[in-house]
Every structure is written in structure tokens, then in C-alpha cells.
Design a protein around this ligand. Sequence first.
Ligand code: DGJ
Length: 559
Amino acid sequence: MQSPFNSSREEARSSFFGRTCAASLALVLAVAASSAFAQGKPIAQLVRNGEKFAFQVDGKPFIMMGGQVGNFSAFPDEMERAWPKFRAMNANTVEYPVYWNVIEPEEGRFDFVGFDAILRGARGQGLRVILLWFGTWKNGAMDWSPNWVKADTARFPRVLDYGGKPIRVLSPHSKTTMEADKRAYSAMMRHLKEMDEADRTVIMVQVENEPGSLGSVRDYSPEAGRLFNGSVPASLVTALKKRPGTWKEVFGRVAEEAFSAYYVSSYINEVARAGKGIYPLPTLVNVWNGGYGSNDNFDRFDRPGETYPSGGAVSHMLDLWKANAPEINVIASDIYHQSPMNYRMILDRYTRPDNPLLIVETGRPIAARAFFYALADYSAIGFAPFGVDGGGPSGELRPDMEAVGADFRVVDSAVPVITELQGTPRLKAAVEEEGIGARNLIFSNYDLLVRFRRVARQPAGAPPPAPASIPSEPTGRVLIAELSPDEFLLMGFDSAVEFRPAQGSDYTAAQLLKVEEGYFENGAWKATRAGTTSQGDYSPATVNLAARGARMRVTLMRY
Ligand code: DGJ
């Protein structure tokens, strides 16, 4: 791919192979030996396995079950107040920003005191970290760039809007700005390597935050105008299998947005490439997708640069981004929509053979339910609600965070089972939504009916529950893993799971042989108590999952 900032990818590739071929065996062995010595633990990586991806941390499949702190929280004292909330949430990962204006307050002078303190704090909590680089872009603006960048508009030009006025966004066409960001990002990665190579606390880095420009669909500077009126780079045209032409000819209605996306993705790709050259952690870019909660044509009505940052990797720019930013391993949409239709639409669009699904930012009441279908139906590698440290006093979680924390607790020790079965028909989720009181899941030997019980069954003759005691949001959710054809792992809340022999089989009924609550330890099941079932009354083989949540292993037979 021809990058406006650097040599083409072909050149980069051939020079890489050139170097590799020229390298002597001794050098290869020396590198291997030195990394084994320095590392102890392998660096986190994403491994493609057929249609799905494995996120390997310490060499083992990992599901990031985390949360993001507020935008202004990544200072040591604030983080001390945040840690109890991460504990309460049963999180294994914390996502927090690294602010360019804090680590490079004066050009070329770096200050990593706060950075080190927070990283040590996370380690002390046994948490992994995803760093969020707030550099050139943060939510389609430039607010976390240093004052020496903000002040020097000649050296670090702004995007000019249609009327020629500078806006609060740095131009993606400036090589000087890109080099300055790259230097700072590289300094951070160098420092991180020194500090974390042995521990591997940090498992991924987000390069910028919701990049793009808010306030203008593109830069209207004379230089950008010249580029826009020229031809689309041949490498992009070829990668997207389009016919050559100008931006308007190739991209029509979305020409200006595609133009911005090309320059923003090229810029970020260069920054990421430099960082990986120093310390090759997986990288991600997050996306402000816009939309009004409609799930029909919103990407035709929404206006890039007005209602979301233009140039970001929104779903209709995803092909372009994937082709043009190979140094970015994951493109992850932030998801705040509360409708399951919209939520799933976004998950569908971002789950691709070239893109692992990561929910890097999400929130509000749908999150606890969405986590289950993200794992089962989209093979998600991670899930993190935003603003874990917000809300009440230290340690007290907001109700929506508490619900996600309960999910993490129930799923936690079963991660090896889940990662093994993701992408197969042996892992499924049943999730309650408004108006959906039950779901059917079909496995090889059994057909399942999952009934949601937001309103707990009352003993016969008892008065109906007071409306205030009924949760206003759907709460029923179950993740089901078929361990073997007659054995299941159920993880979930507020549900009753009924088993019937597969329709059309030679059996008419299912019988529960063993139902245990428990957890996994080093791959072995440890039962803690008997699970609750329907055995004893005359209803079909049914296992109940209480509102507090349960993880149960169920063995059945058919007759
Ligand atoms: C999305 C951004 O990426 C976050 O940094 C934060 O500003 C949230 N929006 C707030 O909802």
C-alpha cells in the first residue's frame, strides 16, 4: 500500500525479507536467546485460527474481561481510588489513557513518573493493561496534544473547514505532526519495553482514540484540496478492487470521508509501525460509529464530521482501513447503543476473518447481556465497559457495572472451555430482551428451552411481587457449552434451562444424572454444591440458574 508518509508496503516487505535473508543464523539465534532471556513470558499476541482468533496472553488463550476508566482518571491518585472498583468487578484487565500532553510537556522532554506508578499499581492488583494513546486524536479532536503542539499552528497545522477556518483538530496531512506524535508514541513504547518486558502486564495498545475530525468532513487546506482533486493512490484502488479515478469518481457519495479515512489510517499506521518496531504488542483502533439508534440506513443519514469524526474506521470505511492500516490488528467499535438489533448489527460488521471482535468500550444496561452473545455468537476476545471508576464511593459499582462484574465472575474459571469452543456450534448464548421471554438452543443430542425468570416464580397462593422489586431491565442470560454430547456447562442468571432429546431422535425424554455447581481449577472441575433442578416434581429435565448467577455442570441421559 502506498502510504503518503513512508515507503510502500511492498518496499517495506522486501527490505524486511532482505534483512532477514542477510541475517546470519548466529544473529537469529542471538535474538532468540536474548528474547528468551529478557522475556521469560511470551509477549501477548493474536493468533488466527481458521475463522477465529485466539488472544494469547502468557502463551495461553485469554479473554479480556475488563473495564475502562474515565477520561480524566489516568493519574496515580485517581487510579488508587479506581482499583477497588476493578476488584469488585472481577476484572482481569484495566484500560486507561496515556496522555501525550502529560508524558511530553515540553518538546523532547519526557516524564514517565505517573506512567510508571499506574503500571505498578495495575500489576499490584494482578490486572493486565490495555494502554490508550491519547495523542493526535481523542474523540475527533486534539485536546490531549501538548500545548507546544496546540500553540504552533504553523508547524502543526489544523484541519481547515469548508469556510477555511481552522478547527480543534490536527490535520492528518502533516508529516511534521505525524513525526511528532510518532516520536512521543515511540518514546512511550521504548519506556514500556524497558519496564514491562519481563512482566508483560500490558497486552495491547490502542493507537489514538476515536480518530478523525469532528467539525469538518475533510481538511480544506489548499494542499489537501490538491490531493483531493488528484487520483486515488493506485495501491488503494487495487486493494479495494475499484476502478482508478479521482476520489469522487472512485468513492462517489462518500468521497470526502474516504479521503479523510485514507489519510487518518495512513498516519496511524505509521505511528503503530514505529511502536511495533520497538515493542511488538498487538494494536487496536477504536471507532465512534455515530447513528441515531435507527438500524436502517443510518450510515446514509449520519454526517461524517458533524455527528461522528470523519476519517474514523466506521463500518462503511472498514474495508479501506483494513487494507490501508495493516499495523493495526484490531478495529473495534465503541458501542453505546442499547437496542439489541443495533448492538448485534455492529458486532456483525466488526467480526470478520481479518478482524477479531473486541468490545473495547461499551456500557449501560445492555452490556451484561451483550457480553454473552459477543462471546458465543461472535467469538469476542474481550469486553470492557467504560467508566468503571465512576459512580458511588470507592469500591461501590454502578448497577450496570455490577451486572457485568457478575458475568465476569460466572465466566472466569471457564475461559479455557469458552476459548476452546468459540466458533463452534458447541457454544451458544440465550439472552432475554424486552418481549422475548424464552429462547431455544439446539445442540447435537438435545434441544433446549431457556425460560427467563426476571420475575421469580412465587409459591402457589403468594401475592404477586411489588412492581418496584422487579428489575426494569431484562436480566436473564445464559452461556451454554456442550462439553460432550450428554454434558453441558451452564453459566448464567435468572433462567430455567429445560432439556429435551433432539427432535427426530429415537428418544422421548431427558433425565438429569448429575447437576453440580462449581468451578474449574487447572482444567479440572471442582464441584462446590448440588445445583437446583426440577427433579422431584413432574416437569421435564430442568436446571435453574438463580438471580445471583451460577456455573453448573450438567450430565444427562435420554430414554
Ligand atoms: C467514547 C470515547 O472513546 C471515550 O474516551 C469517552 O469519551 C466516552 N466516549 C464517553 O462516553
